[in-house]
Design a protein around this ligand. Structure first.
Ligand SMILES: *[C@@H]1O[C@H](CO)[C@@H](O)[C@H](O)[C@H]1NC(C)=O
Ligand SMILES: *[C@@H]1O[C@H](CO)[C@@H](O)[C@H](O)[C@H]1NC(C)=O
Ligand SMILES: *[C@@H]1O[C@H](CO)[C@@H](O)[C@H](O)[C@H]1NC(C)=O
Ligand SMILES: *[C@@H]1O[C@H](CO)[C@@H](O)[C@H](O)[C@H]1NC(C)=O
Ligand SMILES: *[C@@H]1O[C@H](CO)[C@@H](O)[C@H](O)[C@H]1NC(C)=O
Ligand SMILES: *[C@@H]1O[C@H](CO)[C@@H](O)[C@H](O)[C@H]1NC(C)=O
Ligand SMILES: *[C@@H]1O[C@H](CO)[C@@H](O)[C@H](O)[C@H]1NC(C)=O
Ligand SMILES: *[C@@H]1O[C@H](CO)[C@@H](O)[C@H](O)[C@H]1NC(C)=O
Ligand SMILES: *[C@@H]1O[C@H](CO)[C@@H](O)[C@H](O)[C@H]1NC(C)=O
Ligand SMILES: *[C@@H]1O[C@H](CO)[C@@H](O)[C@H](O)[C@H]1NC(C)=O
Ligand SMILES: *[C@@H]1O[C@H](CO)[C@@H](O)[C@H](O)[C@H]1NC(C)=O
Ligand SMILES: *[C@@H]1O[C@H](CO)[C@@H](O)[C@H](O)[C@H]1NC(C)=O
Length: 353
């Protein structure tokens, strides 16, 4: 056998193997409940220069949500330039259906001249989906037959499931060359073992560039009531979002607090009737800092009889406070001992008199 064709065929097989692996979009498990919805995030690289407004309309995601998810100033203009190769977090509504999470009816892509489903999946949506998935959700029986102007729902991978018993926001992360599972875990505040388990990866070395990983992001605890229309609001650390019809601005920074930090939005342009907490604290105000401090926290809104923003008093009793309290018994007890010793000394001195 001539070695040349042999090498070529091996190369071909290897190449085909790579292509097959790369074109395989990932399914994110989503079995929270049969029809749960939530916010999920796509970590998307915009290869071509663009603007925030164009990105917002491309994904049909409000500009304010994109700005909040990337912690960009809320004053950022929709005409603001996004340079080529910028990666942005795009928040998308997610729906679980039959154990699979997919972006809920958005984005909708309008077929352009020269498009085919595979090119749309690869080039416009960076392989976060593949053509079979687009064909499936749009009931396209022959993927080769699409028409210019046709509207296609692009089902992006997402999830609403808690991870290891904790509420999280799921990030669809596209592996870049040079990434390692441990490196990605460190970048997003999770662990290698969590990522391996969640993504069903047995060998961390098998990670491929452009593969899509489900990365759970830590979120702030919230005191939003289950009866409020925004009860599912979860924010990853380092992000903000508006809620209660734009009246309330919430942010999460786990470096400074484990609680969602909400206050009346400074840009609110309508009547935003908010409850005050006991002690006349207004929404977002605190009686102090650290252990024992009371914060007037956001607990949702109601539209039932009239629009009203609800608050609740939250006292800081975090675990670090409890351990701090335990430690305090040490010095407190020794103070009593000193007092008792001093009393004895005084009594003894009295005897000498
Ligand atoms: C598309 O992705 C799905 C997983 O979501 C996979 O089962 C399927 O084989 C992929 N199709 C192609 C053509 O790669
Ligand atoms: C989802 O359901 C599947 C099958 O029932 C199970 O194997 C998996 O652990 C579940 N995932 C989560 C995150 O609960
Ligand atoms: C944004 O979209 C508009 C209309 O589709 C287009 O004319 C403009 O060139 C785009 N701008 C950028 C920076 O992509
Ligand atoms: C984006 O990155 C690619 C690959 O690294 C490069 O070829 C391209 O020129 C970059 N585009 C811009 C606008 O910087
Ligand atoms: C980027 O621009 C090039 C040249 O205009 C175009 O062919 C390509 O489809 C664009 N990529 C995306 C993701 O829109
Ligand atoms: C696809 O078909 C199913 C079942 O016939 C239907 O429920 C669904 O709405 C259709 N989806 C689209 C995008 O037309
Ligand atoms: C949630 O709101 C309902 C109705 O406003 C109230 O009865 C309930 O006590 C609230 N739950 C919590 C945990 O605050
Ligand atoms: C929290 O602190 C770490 C380390 O100092 C930093 O990298 C990260 O950006 C901070 N997070 C936020 C949300 O400020
Ligand atoms: C909302 O909160 C973020 C983070 O604290 C802040 O940067 C932004 O200015 C606030 N926006 C408004 C309108 O209050
Ligand atoms: C709250 O404010 C009202 C009027 O501004 C005042 O009468 C009342 O004493 C205040 N209550 C507390 C607990 O400070
Ligand atoms: C409560 O106090 C502790 C100790 O000062 C602090 O580390 C923690 O961030 C506080 N928690 C909140 C929710 O403010
Ligand atoms: C609540 O009421 C406001 C004002 O009437 C309205 O704009 C908004 O859409 C309502 N929100 C919900 C969730 O019903």
């Amino acid at each position: 056998m001539n070695p040349a064709p042999y090498t070529t065929s091996v190369l071909l097989i290897v190449l085909l193997g790579c292509l097959a692996a790369v074109s395989e979009a990932t399914i994110f498990t989503c079995n929270a409940t049969t029809t749960a919805t939530c916010q999920s995030i796509i970590n998307f690289k915009f290869v071509n220069a663009s603007s925030y407004g164009n990105i917002s309309s491309f994904f049909q995601v409000p500009l304010a949500s994109i700005l909040g998810a990337n912690n960009l100033p809320y004053t950022t203009s929709s005409t603001g330039t996004v340079p080529g190769n910028t990666t942005l977090k795009v928040p998308v509504p997610c729906r679980c259906t039959n154990g699979i999470g997919q972006s809920d009816q958005i984005p909708v892509y309008i077929v352009q001249p020269g498009d085919d489903l595979d090119a749309i999946a690869r080039n416009k949506f960076d392989q976060f989906v593949n053509y079979t998935e687009i064909a499936n959700v749009n009931n396209i029986s022959n993927p080769a037959l699409i028409q210019i102007g046709q509207k296609l729902w692009i089902p992006l991978p997402c999830s609403c499931d808690p991870v290891e018993g904790k509420k999280v926001v799921h990030l669809a992360y596209q592996v870049a060359s040079g990434n390692s599972v441990a490196g990605i875990a460190a970048m997003y505040g999770t662990t290698e073992s969590t990522l391996l388990k969640l993504n069903g990866i047995s060998d961390p070395k098998s990670l491929l560039a452009e593969q899509i990983l489900d990365v759970p992001l830590q979120v702030c605890e919230s005191s939003i009531n289950d009866t409020s229309p925004d009860h599912g609001l979860l924010l990853p650390s380092g992000t903000y979002a508006y809620t209660a019809n734009g009246c309330v601005n919430c942010s999460c920074n786990l470096n400074s607090s484990s609680m969602l930090d909400c206050s009346l939005a400074s840009s609110r342009n309508r009547a935003c009737p908010a409850d005050t907490c006991s002690g006349n604290l207004t929404l977002g105000q605190s009686s102090g800092t650290g252990c024992g401090a009371t914060t007037c926290a956001y607990s949702g809104y109601t539209n039932i009889t009239s629009f009203k923003i609800l608050t609740t008093s939250v006292t800081n009793q975090s675990t670090s406070c409890k351990s701090a309290a335990t430690r305090h018994t040490g010095p407190a007890a020794s103070a009593w001992m000193k007092l008792i010793v001093s009393l004895h000394l005084i009594l003894m001195s009295l005897c000498f008199l």
